[in-house]
Ligand binder design. Structure first.
Ligand SMILES: [Zn+2]
Length: 105
């Protein structure tokens, strides 16, 4: 799996202060107190957290754009469109396929 970047360098839009901060991996940080000018930074419109708006690295949830599928095994071998086609027939079938021969290959 891709390595997550958990630190991001924030640049304050008001005073230009640069600070490298560690990002929480399980939550979005919505407010950030600038250590340069004490402004409380908030995400720009459309961004989920201050790291996405002002940091050089987007927050961990953004770095992992793929939605978590119920069956992680199916996600590994099946492209998204295959998962969609399998959706009505059930995830269990695709799970069995992953364990043995793959009829979709
Ligand atoms: Zn500042």
């Amino acid at each position: 799996m891709a390595q997550l970047q958990t630190s991001s360098t924030l640049t304050c839009p008001k005073c230009g202060h640069v600070e490298t901060e560690t990002m929480p991996t399980d939550a979005c940080q919505y407010f950030y107190d600038c250590k340069g000018c004490s402004s409380v930074l908030k995400p720009l419109a459309g961004d989920c957290c201050v790291f996405c708006s002002y940091g050089d690295v987007p927050c961990p949830p953004i770095q992992v754009p793929a939605p978590r599928v119920i069956d992680g095994t199916a996600q590994l071998y099946a492209p998204t469109d295959t998962l969609l086609r399998l959706g009505t027939s059930g995830i269990k079938e695709s799970n069995d396929a992953a364990n043995g021969s793959n009829p979709l290959a």
